[in-house]
Design a protein around this ligand. Structure first.
Ligand SMILES: Cc1ncc(COP(=O)(O)O)c(C=O)c1O
Length: 505
């Protein structure tokens, strides 16, 4: 964006014209000028955003691809004859070479030594997490420790753990910043028997609050004889992860979150030491060195193939290398810096929003400055009467302005429950209605139990967010000045979404 861009505000938002706002922003966040290559990309690689007038603020939901990624991949497909890599014919071998090259590239990207880690291709981060859950050698003497702040695909591993008799323990978060309660974690880690197989899972960055949980937790868990599953899905799109420095046993990622294209491929990075101890509960095409019907036996492959069920998404796999190179061209630190500047500005401006009676217009869940947080900002709007505004209606109004944001619980019910002050009784009131319970219904139940929310609005900045995006979002936000639910009208659609209630065990 140039500083001369004309922008007509639709309200009396104090920043005035966007160009003035931009000048003030750059003065406050001078580091932003080091990220201008991304503004150029916005005009070339990502011109479709401005051509269609879209304000994309859902990078935690999914990243965006640059045009060159598509062209590079299409070129490869146009000019190659590629077959299923499970054979030994020329087209198959050509594909195998590309798959293995990509596998090596992923390890190099994360600075993971091939002597220490292997990379398994999965359909997404959830697929990677499921592999861990079903093959981790839990026993009745094991603990599965996890934080309240986890994606449901990490929460779901508790079912595998419980199925094998392991104890499941949740570590709470502190309010209002929604950071991990370190004392509670120390106490929990202190109760486990370090001679057993124990697993601690946490997200490097929260997909709810943007909190970055410290990576030194990995060493702390190791000192207590506990293995670590680092869910890096929301972290790696805007941060570097150096597996030469931190060494969790498992790392899970979804590549579309990092660079938008292709969807349908994730990875599980497993340390070689734990790989040998994993027990896959079944075998499938591609996972065995040898299997017999009459002999009723099988030998799993000794490498990553043991975890790749059936035919992998082979034609798309080379696009992962292209995507990683795309990030490397601009540098992950540049992306991190840009996201930090824009998020800092957004937080400051959201916090300054007030109704004419002086009441705050928004409540932000999680850190309100840029210390140890990423570009995910979750909030709710409140009226001048301090009543919660319906986030679903706000999403609907945002849609009308071409703003893509996310609402609901973001598949992270634990962080939401703590952020919104929902108690076990509130959640049990929801559970009481049985399997017919849905998020819209739960929202009603919770509103009847007090001025609480069972969901929120999430905006997330990323790779090519520019000042104009956040500025236009602020303009939208400022429009809720002095507005109540009556003024904004009723939502006209229902959002069915996930909500898994934290297990009390
Ligand atoms: C922190 C985190 N973990 C796991 C996932 C699951 O990713 P996927 O839906 O690609 O499997 C997500 C998706 O939003 C996430 O943010």
């Amino acid at each position: 964006m140039g500083t001369t861009t004309e922008f007509t505000t639709t309200n009396d938002y104090e920043l005035g014209r966007m160009a003035d706002g931009f000048a003030a922003f750059v003065e406050r966040y001078p580091a932003f000028s080091r990220t201008r290559l991304l503004d150029q990309w916005r005009e070339t690689e990502y011109s479709r955003l401005d051509a269609s007038g879209q304000i994309y603020l859902d990078y935690t939901g999914g990243g965006l691809y640059g045009e060159s990624q598509l062209l590079g991949h299409m070129d490869l497909l146009r000019t190659s004859v590629l077959g299923n890599p499970h054979s030994a014919n020329p087209s198959s071998l050509a594909m195998t070479d590309l798959v293995e090259e990509t596998r090596r590239y992923i390890l190099t990207y994360f600075n993971a030594s091939p002597d220490e880690y292997i990379a398994v291709f999965t359909p997404n981060a959830s697929g990677a997490l499921k592999l861990v859950g079903e093959a981790y050698p839990f026993t009745p003497a094991s603990h599965y420790i996890l934080t309240f702040d986890n994606h449901n695909s990490v929460n779901g591993i508790r079912e595998f753990a419980k199925g094998k008799g392991a104890q499941v323990k949740y570590v709470p978060l502190t309010r209002p910043e929604l950071r991990l309660d370190r004392e509670a974690l120390d106490a929990t880690l202190g109760t486990v028997d370090g001679d057993q197989r124990n697993l601690f899972a946490f997200p490097a960055q929260s997909n709810f609050s943007g909190v970055k949980h410290p990576l030194d937790l990995i060493d702390e868990a190791h000192h207590n004889g506990v293995d670590v599953l680092l869910d890096a899905a929301a972290y790696v799109p805007t941060n570097g992860l150096d597996l030469g420095t931190v060494k969790p046993e498992f790392v899970t990622v979804s590549f579309y979150k990092m660079f938008g294209y292709p969807t349908g491929i994730g990875a599980l990075l497993i340390s070689r030491s734990i790989f040998r101890k994993m027990n896959r509960p079944w075998f499938a095409g591609g996972t065995v060195n040898f299997a017999s019907v009459q002999g009723d036996g099988h030998y799993l492959a000794a490498n990553e193939a043991a975890f790749e069920d059936g035919t992998i998404n082979y034609l798309n796999i080379p696009a992962i290398k292209t995507g990683l190179q795309h990030l490397e061209t601009v540098g992950i630190d540049t992306i991190a810096e840009r996201v930090q500047c824009l998020t800092g500005w957004l937080l400051e401006n959201l916090l300054s929003l007030q109704h004419s009676n002086g009441k705050p217009m928004v409540r932000i869940y999680g850190p309100t400055d840029t210390q140890m947080r990423g570009g995910t900002v979750t909030l709710n709007f409140y009226g001048p009467d301090e009543r919660l505004l319906d986030y679903r209606r706000i999403e609907e109004l945002a849609n009308a302005r071409g703003i893509s944001l996310r609402t609901g619980c973001f598949c992270n019910p634990g962080a939401g429950e703590i952020a919104e002050g929902l108690t076990a009784d509130d959640m049990l009131a929801g559970l009481k209605d049985g399997p017919d319970m849905s998020l819209p219904h739960f929202v009603q139940v919770i509103q009847h139990r007090g001025n609480k929310s069972a969901g929120a609005i999430r905006i997330s900045t990323g790779l090519v967010t520019n000042f104009e995006d956040v500025y236009r979002f602020m303009n939208f936000a400022a429009d809720f000045r002095d507005k109540t639910n009556l003024n904004i009208g009723k939502v006209t659609f229902d959002i069915q979404s996930c909500r898994v209630i934290r297990d009390g065990s």
